[in-house]
Design a protein around this ligand. Structure first.
Ligand code: SF4
Ligand code: FES
Length: 251
């Protein structure tokens, strides 16, 4: 088992009201640790020295919740494509390496503390329309509406979005188009969600603008950094749906 002696430069910031800056730490990690386990080791050291541990977000630690948002060596979720920070393992780093760790930077994601940012703007976009209205009561049988396999697969790919915000952090304009388009696609592609598509698309796009996210930069940085490899084709679809809904008299 290889041991890695690392130098970490970590963004420390007590609150959104205070200025932050990088602080340097030394940590010893083994190659089988996940990136978050390596941060756990550092925090244990800091606690033992009666210093403030580094605040970072995590929940599932298995790539499904989207909580572990951080920029590692300039890349949201780190150097490995299609991988969340919690699924990134230390074997992808080298002994003696310097690692820079900072929060996602975007105006609609204010820093709460250290690496933790407030991503409730995403929740408000979902609340604005990212759902399907159903009558309560007994669940409808899953096979009541037959769905073509290719369509189901396309909707399922879009549904893989974990709402982490890496697309926003990667975009030079801080655009949330990949996130919004993935959420709109996974609902609107299916017949159950198609009925409310115009209202949904307009509400989500308007809320996205209200939250201060920028326009699509067309750089595809979002797709490149997305840990779930969500395609920019969803953005093209969202644009088509949006224009159609604006031009139609439906909404
Ligand atoms: S589209 Fe990708 S990067 Fe953006 S929130 Fe969803 S999973 Fe994260
Ligand atoms: S902690 Fe849940 S995706 Fe990383």
């Amino acid at each position: 088992m290889n041991t890695l002696n690392l130098t970490l430069h970590i963004w420390r910031q007590r609150s959104s009201q205070e200025q932050g800056g990088f602080k340097t730490y030394k940590v010893e990690a083994n190659e089988h640790m996940s990136f978050l386990e390596m941060l756990d080791v550092l925090n244990q050291q800091l606690i033992e020295k009666k210093e403030e541990p580094v605040a970072f977000e995590h929940d599932c630690r298995e790539g499904i919740c989207g909580a572990c948002s951080m920029v590692i060596n300039g890349r949201p979720h780190g150097p490995l494509g299609g991988t969340t920070a919690c699924q990134l393992h230390m074997r992808f780093f080298q002994d003696g390496q310097e690692i820079w760790i900072e929060p996602f930077r975007a105006q609609p994601f204010p820093v709460i503390r250290d690496l933790v940012v407030d991503r409730s703007s995403f929740d408000r976009i979902i609340q604005a329309g990212g759902y399907i209205s159903v009558n309560t009561g007994q669940a409808v049988d899953g096979n009541t509406i037959p769905i073509e396999k290719d369509l189901a697969a396309e909707a399922f790919d879009a549904a893989a979005c974990i709402g982490c915000g890496a697309c926003v952090a990667a975009c030079p304009n801080g655009s949330a188009m990949l996130f919004v388009s993935a959420k709109a696609s996974h609902l609107g592609l299916l017949p159950q969600g198609e009925v409310e598509n115009s209202r949904r698309v307009q509400s989500m796009v308007h809320q996205m603008d209200k939250e201060g996210f920028g326009r699509c930069s067309n750089t595809y940085a979002c797709e490149a950094e997305c840990p779930k490899e969500i395609s920019v084709e969803n953005i093209a679809r969202l644009n088509r749906w949006y224009f159609k809904s604006v031009l139609s008299s439906e909404v």
